[in-house]
Design a protein. Structure first.
Length: 464
């Protein structure tokens, strides 16, 4: 396959270089942290030294810093493809490797650039950043197959899994199973199976959405009563993993019945669950989906090193990361509460087809995308509704996240680009999730332009 040939060529180029300390720059989310951890482990194995930074996005300041530093080899992982010309201009004379899966900027460069989009693969679903880095690592040394599970976590973190994987992601999953790091069980796919009380899992379940239960704690408790499942066992709340076969059946049937008449197939609640064989039950690191969330929490709360330490298997650091998860959940609940309590104020514009949330300093810029994602999955708004959310950064810029509710053919990147043509700013992302950074003084103009662009999209979608 052409892409794997390209991987081989890139590994050769790397091997031809004199092995000095390697500079790694990785993206801040779960996929970026997985990518970085895979690269670190692979370099350690070759006794190559490294120096790591985790960043939110590439900007001129960061590139200026890298230029000043004395590292001849720089790896960008899970970012970079959207900023090729900027990078090339800033870092001429250095050996720059970009291992990414974001849609590349459409320019010719001399950078060493590995990206599935360049080989007619869909980098949004077939391969994650961690997947690209893993394939590089596997070619560097066959032993790195034992890192494949991190690439599975990265792909799950980037929402590339839906009832299984496709493309190279699926090959990587096979490596993870073969190396006995991941096992697959079929069952109810609900977030928090290992860690949360059952009624909480049901209350927070947006995917699958359970009518009368999702978003309703009392409803969730009532539902369990109706289907005859005890809330507690020996005075402690039961978790989903504690249910016996009989209760599991009752729960599945109960959920399917509740979901009859919903748009998707009721049995969609069942599917593969990815478990890490070496992790302990009831830990947030047991289920690959929860692991990805843990990494996200570390990145988003500005402690990416805790995420990296967790991936590298450091038990002390892992415990710190698990503590951080509690803060993360609190902050997410606070941001949801802010959203609900400001729906009728000028901070939130709700129109047919789109909503604009202007959180300013009320929500951390690194969490605004998570909030937008949660709202988009919440059934609050009709299918196809576009969500635009803005928040201030500590550097006094404005971060914007774009998401879309349900299934839609609309590409959020195009929407964002149309707005950015007017206001300026750098951005990128995927079809279903995009983001950008703009100057704070452009905020008002951005919102005005967005209303025009989004209003037009809403009308076009209605006509279709
Ligand atoms: O920069 P990167 O691609 O790694 O960011 C991925 C983020 O975008 C994830 O945190 C996820 O929340 C979001 N995403 C999404 N739907 C997709 C792809 C990504 O919500 N289809
Ligand atoms: O930050 P958020 O989760 O909203 O990002 C969604 C997608 O947009 C991610 O894939 C991210 O990498 C991309 N993005 C970008 N440039 C930015 C902000 C986000 O390419 N300045
Ligand atoms: Zn990614």
């Amino acid at each position: 396959m052409e892409f794997l040939q390209a991987v081989e060529d890139v590994v050769k180029e790397f091997n031809n270089l004199e092995k000095r300390t390697v500079r790694i720059v990785g993206h801040l989310d779960a996929d970026g942290i997985s990518s970085t951890s895979i690269l670190i482990s692979a370099l350690k194995r070759e006794n190559i030294k490294f120096n790591v930074s985790i960043i939110k996005q590439i900007d001129q300041n960061i590139l200026d810093e890298l230029k000043k530093e004395d590292y001849p080899i720089i790896f960008f992982v899970d970012l970079g493809s959207g900023n090729l010309s900027m990078i090339e201009k800033a870092l001429t004379g250095k050996h720059v490797f970009i291992l990414d899966h974001h849609k590349p900027e459409d320019v010719k460069t001399n950078l060493i650039h590995l990206n599935p989009h360049l080989y007619e693969m869909d980098g949004d679903i077939e391969l994650s950043g961690a997947g690209v880095v893993y394939l590089f690592a596997r070619k560097l040394n066959e032993k790195n197959k034992d890192l494949s599970y991190l690439a599975v976590i990265g792909a799950i973190g980037d929402m590339q899994e839906s009832k299984g994987f496709i493309g190279l992601n699926n090959e990587i999953l096979k490596d993870a199973i073969q190396s006995r790091k991941i096992e697959i069980k079929d069952g109810l796919r609900m977030f928090g199976m290992q860690t949360r009380p059952l009624h909480k899992v049901l209350e927070y379940s947006t995917d699958p959405y359970v009518p009368g239960v999702t978003g309703n704690e009392k409803g969730a408790i009532r539902f369990l009563g109706e289907i005859g499942i005890e809330l507690k066992e020996n005075g402690k709340f039961k978790k989903l993993i504690h249910l016996n076969q009989d209760d599991t059946k009752k729960l599945i049937t109960g959920i399917i019945l509740r979901r009859l008449g919903s748009e998707d197939k009721p049995e969609d609640v069942l599917g593969p669950i990815y478990l890490l064989t070496n992790e302990e039950e009831e830990n947030p690191t047991k289920d690959a989906r929860e692991f990805a969330t843990l990494l996200n929490a570390c990145g988003r709360l500005n402690k990416p090193s805790l995420g990296i330490g967790t991936c590298l298997g450091n038990v002390n650091i892992k415990n710190k990361a698990i503590n951080l998860l509690i803060d993360y959940k609190k902050e997410i609940i606070n941001s949801l509460n802010w959203f609900y309590s400001h729906r009728n104020t000028s901070d939130i514009v709700e129109r047919k087809g789109y909503i604009i949330i202007n959180a300013e300093d009320n929500i951390r810029d690194t969490l605004i995308g998570t909030l937008a994602s949660m709202i988009s999955k919440s059934n609050l708004y009709a299918n196809g509704t576009i969500i635009l959310a803005l928040a201030h950064t500590l550097e006094e810029d404005t971060k914007v996240s774009v998401r879309i509710c349900g299934n839609s053919s609309v590409d959020t990147r195009n929407i964002l680009n149309d707005i950015l043509k007017v206001t300026g700013g750098i951005g990128g992302g995927h079809k279903g999730a995009a983001g950008c950074l703009i100057l704070q003084e452009k905020e008002e103009e951005f919102i005005k332009t967005a209303e025009k662009v989004l209003g037009k999209v809403a009308i076009e979608e209605e006509i279709k």
